[in-house]
Design a protein around this ligand. Sequence first.
Ligand code: C5P
Length: 415
Amino acid sequence: MNRAGNEAVADLSGKTIVLGVTGGIAAYKAISLVSLLAKSGADVHVALTKSAGQFVTPLPFVSLSKNEVITDLFDEPNPREIAHIALADRADLVVIAPTTANFLAKAATGLADDFLSTMLLATHAPVLVAPAMNVNMWNHPTVRSNVARLQQFGYHVMTPAAGNLACGWVGEGRLPEPDEIHAQIVKLLYPVRQDLNGQRIVVTAGATREHLDPVRVLTNPSSGRMGYALAQAAAARGAEVTLITGPTQLQLPSSCRIIRVTSAAQMEQAVLQELPNLQILLMAAAVSDFRPANYIPNKVKKTEGPLQIEFVRNPDILLSVAEQRKAQQFIVGFAAETEHVEEYAKGKLVGKKLDLIVANDVSQVGAGFESDTNQVLLISPNEQVQQLPMLSKMDTANAILDKVHQLFSERTVNE
Ligand code: C5P
């Protein structure tokens, strides 16, 4: 599959990105960009131009990308290949951020006098340039015509942001923020149909935490990645997404409205509050089924003997949803199982009055809570069980959304 959603935590594993950094004051922002790309799982290769080296050093890029940083066209670390051609061939995307006026001119005229400009001529990958410069330079007719020429070549050019510029002028010329460049990168790597345009979708994600005392919690190892991937993918496909998230290590996606919760009770409250306005609910959170019967306001002290804690059942959010939902709403549950996956999931589909359940065997390698990949069954009341192959979480998210979209559209047509 070759499609995914948007955003900062988007799954870019398996993607090779060449990031060219040219010599502007905004070069420091490229460090954050590499950090975001690396967090998304991309294989990032950074090339610094000579003048970029005046602003930043290779070290942070090496540390974050875990790859060598290229600074010299003639530095050939591997005698079996020619570095600029090898990287040009391997790249899924070339990004140049920041792009100086000088580099725009070089790229527009085909100059090839350093690694980056030479690699650029050799690549078939799509190219994203993010110019950053003084507002008057940006508005200069030469720069404008260079940008137009690059666009004719099919390069994607981000418009600089307006604001205070390092030179003291105010106007267009700032490098867009790293998360905006990252979002653009995801869009280019995973162009998407807008088939969920305007749909109001709520996604829950992550584990809940049930406090025993101020410093101890009952939780589970859910990373939130599946839910975040669903939220981002749905937003990228045009949906208005609200993400109700338990605490996670993930970067919050900027394309979604965010509601942060900690406990199952808070998550239930947030879901029920959103329920009247949503069309599709994707309940991907790993909700804690139990919580300590009593919250102890001060830290429980160590004792010599065993500690007895009484747990009580948490509300089953989907059961509450089942009572309050409208028939035309589309409710998706998730079942993480370790045995009898299909059988147990079918029981939940019926018991929780779901329109679709996404089931996975979390004991399987590559399908567990903290894995980058997932392998799921899609089970709905009137269709054959569909087994998806092992996919990245982003591709799994899109395959789930394909199914949701299909079943939800069929329902709308049949109404
Ligand atoms: O019954 P089980 O916990 O396996 O069902 C999983 C599904 O139910 C998931 O979609 C999960 O988000 C949801 N769930 C819930 N409330 C709970 C526990 C799980 O809505 N207390």
